[in-house]
Ligand binder design. Structure first.
Ligand code: GDP
Ligand code: MG
Length: 596
């Protein structure tokens, strides 16, 4: 296929603005998939993605399209993840294509992830075609959104297309715009092979499947290729394209997007952004390669300690398919054996935790998420702290640095006050505040550790879901940080210890012990619950002892009520862990960490 008849593009959008639905319509209206095989959200392959309605892994499809000029084109769509945790994957896959459709819900307007994603597209020098979606809805206001796109993003919206991905209106115009307005790829078919590793995932039949974009040269089945980042050689046993199911081809040339398999066992051996060439060729690596780094860490422990080996197996399997997820064994005095795991962000953490609980049927205790601190000791040495439990005695510590982020929040005016208050409460420093129409855009410098617990949930609740949020890591800065420990019945529960700012320790400590007092059931004896910094107790509550018969004073002793109460206690038991003499329910570990 001639380079001039290829168009490679991605779709950028805020979550729920209709990216997947638009992709479905493009696939359907070009008969890429037979009508009877069509199902909603063709590109969102994993179950969890369908359920949560988010696209986690980049997916791709090749579409044959005969344009109005009568000529046949090949359109390659790479679908990128929409969530902030996967910004690195988004920025890499953007470099594999030349243009983007910028989808904006015309009933909503520009949101934080619209901005974040379109900036990735601009960084990658994309030609951008705005697509205003959901014009079938009465609240649709295309001219207002056009104005916003021009004001806030600063790109020309005069060529924008009004679309309903639901009814199919505007889909033909969109296909024409892809051909007319997006540039064809460039590349030299006679140069040595140079391909970009766009994505990879594990398939139980084929091993690792590698998504590639050919820059120069040709790739054929049976060839030996080299991955530059780790200098490994692989024998290519299959190449093909996605329609969207895997379809073999004889060769892939410049500008094309397809896959290879080469009996690669682990996704870890393939790095997104890597450069691929033939075994004996020398080529310049593609610029800007860097592996994605985990930023949020937490411990995962089986509620039932007999399931530790099952958990190890589950984690091993998940890690095969997710190079950005890290883990090592951890043992905790309170929780026994488990794993300390690193994630790209909170969503990533939730996805992995859900999959372990659901697909492997293992109930988990998740400890407080923590960021990586740089701890500088008085003796001049320093180290990265991944786990508050490893924090050395403060008298040996000179100072601690924490990661800070740049957060961008878009919100309707009427909720701005609440948002500013929330950011202030979380030690935020305002960097910018601007208005576009009736929406405000606030840019804050915030400590990542104030964001990892429940910032996003809080933001959604104080703005009734109208705020959108995006962030990027900024730098590490020193602050007055201390480790707060929690003691239940005078025993430290290291799974609940956390790093906090000194000025907030009392408030956090008090909130924590009050919550625990509600979450821990009464026992036959009195239980002191304390928060402490070093040896100093900063907050304390006492859970009083249980009376002999819990059900005795239960509304005149109604028998069915009594039984219900007892059943409830029994069910609760299953999900509890013993700490010394005290049973702590699993949910306490998560609930205690949320701030109100
Ligand atoms: P994504 O998160 O950007 O992939 O968004 P989806 O494609 O999953 O769409 C989010 C929701 O908006 C779904 O409930 C869709 O059915 C709905 N939706 C998408 N496009 C349209 C449209 O043009 N009109 C209407 N009325 N609903 C749409
Ligand atoms: Mg989607």
């Amino acid at each position: 296929i001639a380079l001039s008849h290829i168009r490679n593009f991605s779709i950028v959008a805020h979550i729920d603005h209709g990216k997947s639905t638009l992709a479905d319509r493009l696939i359907q209206s070009t008969n890429t998939v037979a009508e009877r095989d069509m199902k909603a959200q063709m590109l969102d392959s994993m179950d969890i993605e369908r359920e949560r309605g988010i696209t986690i892994k980049a997916n791709t499809v090749r579409i044959d399209y005969t344009a109005q000029n009568g000529e046949a084109y090949v359109l390659n769509l790479i679908d990128t993840p929409g969530h902030v945790d996967f910004a690195y994957e988004v920025s890499r896959s953007m470099r594999a294509v030349e243009g983007s459709l910028l989808v904006v819900d015309s009933t909503q307007g520009v949101e934080a992830q619209t901005l974040a994603n379109v900036y990735h597209a601009i960084d990658a020098d994309h030609e951008i075609v705005p697509v205003f979606n959901k014009i079938d809805l009465p609240a649709s206001d295309v001219s207002r959104v056009a104005e916003q796109v021009e004001d806030v993003i600063g790109i020309d919206a005069s060529g924008a297309i009004a679309v309903s991905a639901k009814t199919g209106e505007g889909i033909n115009e969109t296909l024409e715009a892809i051909v007319q307005h997006l540039p064809a790829p460039t590349g030299d078919v006679d140069a040595p092979l140079k391909a970009m590793l766009v994505d990879s995932w594990y398939d139980s039949y084929l091993g690792v499947i590698v998504l590639v974009r050919i820059i120069d040269g040709k790739l054929k089945k049976g060839e030996k290729v080299k991955f530059l980042s780790n200098d490994t050689i692989h024998h290519v046993d299959r190449i093909g394209v996605f329609r969207p199911e895997m379809t073999p081809v004889d060769e892939l040339g410049p500008g094309e997007i397809g896959f290879l398999t080469a009996s690669i066992k682990q996704v870890r051996d393939t790095r997104v952004g890597d450069t691929i060439t033939h075994q004996r060729e020398e080529v310049e690596p593609l610029p800007g390669f860097q592996p994605a780094q985990p930023v949020v860490f937490c411990g995962l422990f089986p509620v039932d300690s007999a399931l530790f080996e099952d958990l190890r197996e589950a984690i091993d399997k998940l890690a095969l398919n997710d190079a950005s997820f890290s883990f090592e064994m951890e043992s905790s005095a309170a929780l026994g054996f488990g794993f300390r795991c690193g994630f790209l962000g909170l969503l990533h953490l939730e996805v992995i935790r859900d999959r372990i609980e659901r697909e492997y049927d293992i109930d988990l205790i998740t400890t407080a998420p923590s960021v990586i601190y740089h701890v500088h000791m008085r003796d001049g040495t320093s180290f990265d702290l991944h786990n508050p439990a490893d924090m050395p005695d403060m008298t040996h510590v000179d100072h601690i640095e924490e990661p800070r982020i740049k957060a961008t929040i878009l919100v309707p005016d009427e909720y701005l006050g609440e948002v500013l208050k929330l950011c202030q409460d979380r030690r935020g420093i305002q960097e910018d505040l601007t208005y576009a129409g009736s929406r405000a855009m606030a840019v804050y410098d915030l400590p990542l550790n104030e964001v990892v617990f429940d910032f996003y949930d809080r933001l959604k609740s104080v703005t009734k879901g109208y705020a959108s949020f995006d962030y990027s890591l900024k730098d590490y800065r020193e602050d007055n940080l201390v480790k707060m420990s929690v003691l239940v019945n005078d025993e430290p529960v290291d799974a609940l210890s956390m790093m906090v700012h000194r000025d907030r320790a009392e408030t956090r400590g008090r909130a924590m012990v009050e919550k625990l007092k509600d979450l821990i059931p009464r026992h036959m004896f009195k239980i002191p619950i304390q928060a402490a910094i070093g040896g100093k107790v900063i907050a304390r509550e006492t859970l009083s002892a249980m009376r002999k018969d819990v059900t005795a004073k239960c509304y005149g002793g109604d028998a069915s009520r009594k039984r219900k109460l007892l059943d409830k206690q029994k069910a609760g038991k299953k999900k509890m862990r013993q700490f010394g003499k005290v049973d702590i329910p699993q949910e306490a570990f998560i609930s205690a960490l949320k701030m109100d």
